[in-house]
Write a protein that binds this ligand. Structure first.
Ligand SMILES: *[C@@H]1O[C@H](CO)[C@@H](O)[C@H](O)[C@H]1NC(C)=O
Ligand SMILES: *[C@@H]1O[C@H](CO)[C@@H](O)[C@H](O)[C@H]1NC(C)=O
Ligand SMILES: *[C@@H]1O[C@H](CO)[C@@H](O)[C@H](O)[C@H]1NC(C)=O
Ligand SMILES: *[C@@H]1O[C@H](CO)[C@@H](O)[C@H](O)[C@H]1NC(C)=O
Ligand SMILES: *[C@@H]1O[C@H](CO)[C@@H](O)[C@H](O)[C@H]1NC(C)=O
Ligand SMILES: *[C@@H]1O[C@H](CO)[C@@H](O)[C@H](O)[C@H]1NC(C)=O
Ligand SMILES: *[C@@H]1O[C@H](CO)[C@@H](O)[C@H](O)[C@H]1NC(C)=O
Length: 482
């Protein structure tokens, strides 16, 4: 055989083998993913709606989870009950055996390291488009803080020094920001240097999300492989336990398959949905007021009674809602500092706490936190003037970009719809619970209500019913503007 013929044969062979090997690859992936999905779906969680010993707050980035952490959870759990440096550290440290609260950007795969049957999970979801916008804006906002430095070298060195001081946890240590912020930072500096070299006039245009000469445009950001790795469908991957930050090596193969073959995404959403169903609580960033009220009534109430029960020095919880909590409004003023961890503190923190007081504390705390955050944001964004990320500025973003975000986040869109259904269900359960407790107060033990009290009761039920109908109708109208 001469060489040419041999080569031709070889090529033919390749051409025959190649498609079938990729088909084989797909079959292999499909099996891997299906196997993972079925083992994930079969992990039965009993009594999902009762608080277990450990509360795991699965914090999806840019869903507003910080306010729940600082203004609810930190008001309930003293630092001594928090799992070590859990909020920002990425790996669970099992040395502290009796911790009660774990709040991280870790994904669900960390459950394999936790006592699963003694762990309750809560999370908050957000409209995927807004979450992508927020991730973009936040990455640039944090990166822009470094523009006070003359050049990238000195900025990087500075942040390195800051981080090596013990105890300081910077945004740059936290997944996914530890990838997104340095990337955006590099771009901001490069663009600033280029502007200096070129000099005016600049052609910024009027779309803050597309100012090539200042920052990475949004359309570039959403199409970048890093964003695909870290942001798109992020909620689904985090709840499925398949982020690139996952805790076990096994899931990385599953992740690789899912990223390679879009059609396998449906298995991932199914797992994520089931996990949401089994959670103690699911909140929605958009429905903030309702979400917070539900959190206080479902999670807060259970944490209060659990901690009271485990604190021998403390009496049973007092659900007296008419009391004013001066002690806790004071506690609410310190937003992020730890309260120390000695037992008298633990006691003080939960003693006399009621759902009503918790809500009150929360509102004070949230408004403080928000005002601090917004000041910080404005200061930081000044450095990239004239770009400014406002509601007004978003209107300039072309429809095509929004459509693309939806396409790139199809799993999250589906999961978010499911979260709405769960939210509705939780809402109804809460109405029922409140109505029930109102009625049992009225009925009392061996207590015969007077005619007036009957009238009050009926008026109350009547009103509650109408409020319920109204809120439901309103939500139906507001629902899913995707
Ligand atoms: C960056 O800035 C620092 C501090 O002003 C300076 O010492 C250093 O030479 C600069 N580096 C470069 C590469 O310009
Ligand atoms: C996660 O994603 C980032 C950004 O794409 C990448 O730099 C990093 O290496 C990834 N980590 C793993 C464990 O794959
Ligand atoms: C509830 O609070 C009111 C006002 O502070 C008080 O008069 C009442 O005795 C309290 N009830 C209980 C059961 O603690
Ligand atoms: C615990 O905190 C209380 C109240 O702040 C304080 O009086 C007490 O000295 C502290 N105890 C220890 C051991 O730190
Ligand atoms: C907090 O608890 C740890 C161990 O649980 C202990 O080593 C430390 O001294 C405590 N700190 C305070 C202020 O009580
Ligand atoms: C809780 O209430 C009791 C009785 O009303 C009071 O003596 C105690 O000081 C209160 N504790 C706190 C921390 O407010
Ligand atoms: C950006 O917009 C916010 C809100 O409209 C405004 O308060 C802020 O001053 C603006 N920043 C700049 C640099 O114009």
């Amino acid at each position: 055989m001469d060489h040419a013929l041999r080569l031709a044969l070889l090529l033919l062979l390749f051409a025959k083998v190649y498609p079938s090997s990729s088909a084989y690859e797909f079959e292999h992936c499909k099996n891997t993913v299906k196997q993972w999905a079925s083992s994930s779906l079969h992990s039965n969680i009993k009594d999902g709606h009762i608080l277990k010993d450990l509360l795991f707050f699965l914090h999806v980035p840019r869903t507003g989870g910080r306010t729940y952490f600082y203004c609810f959870l930190k008001k309930l759990y003293s630092s001594s009950l928090e799992c070590p440096r859990s909020y920002d550290k990425l790996r669970f440290d099992p040395r502290k055996q009796n911790c009660r609260l774990l709040a991280t950007h870790d994904d669900y795969s960390i459950m394999s390291k936790l006592p699963r049957e003694r762990t309750s999970v809560v999370t908050i979801l957000r409209n995927p488009i807004d979450r992508v916008f927020s991730a973009y804006e936040f990455s640039i906002e944090v990166a822009a803080r470094f523009l006070i430095h003359p050049n990238l070298t000195s900025a990087t060195k500075m942040s390195g020094n800051l981080r090596s001081k013990n105890g300081v946890i910077s945004t740059l240590d936290i997944w996914p920001w530890k990838y997104l912020v340095p990337w955006m930072r590099e771009e901001l500096f490069a663009k600033r240097d280029a502007r200096k070299r070129k000099g005016p006039p600049y052609a910024y245009g009027d779309d803050s999300y597309n100012m090539e000469e200042i920052a990475t445009p949004l359309h570039e950001f959403i199409n970048h492989p890093v964003t695909l790795d870290l942001v798109h469908n992020g909620a689904t991957f985090q709840i499925a336990g398949l982020t690139n930050n996952s805790n076990t090596w096994k899931v990385h193969e599953v992740r690789h398959c899912v990223m390679s073959y879009q059609s396998l995404g449906k298995y991932v959403v199914e797992v994520a949905k089931k996990r949401l169903d089994d959670m103690l609580y699911v909140g929605l960033t958009e429905d903030h007021k309702q979400s917070a009220t539900m959190f206080a009534n479902f999670v807060g109430a259970q944490v209060i009674s659990q901690l009271a029960a485990s604190n021998p020095g403390t009496e049973t919880v007092n659900y007296n809602k008419s009391e004013q909590g001066s002690v806790f409004s004071k506690a609410g003023s310190s937003t992020s500092h730890d309260q120390g961890n000695n037992t008298s503190m633990v006691k003080e923190q939960t003693e006399n706490m009621t759902v009503g007081k918790l809500m009150e504390t929360y509102e004070t705390c949230v408004s403080k936190l928000r005002s601090t955050q917004s000041k910080r944001r404005i200061t930081s964004l000044k450095r990239i003037f004239p770009a400014n990320f406002t509601k007004e500025a978003r209107k300039h973003v072309p429809e095509a970009v929004l459509k693309q975000i939806i396409l790139l986040n199809s799993l999250d869109v589906e999961l978010y719809k499911h979260a709405h259904i769960i939210f509705e269900r939780q809402h109804q359960a809460m109405e029922k619970k409140l109505l029930h407790s109102a009625m049992s107060v009225m009925n009392g033990k061996n207590y015969i209500p007077s005619a007036w009290e009957f009238v009050y009761l009926f008026v109350f039920i009547f009103l509650a019913f109408f409020i319920f109908l109204y809120v439901n109708a309103k939500r139906r109208i507001l629902k899913l503007k995707i």
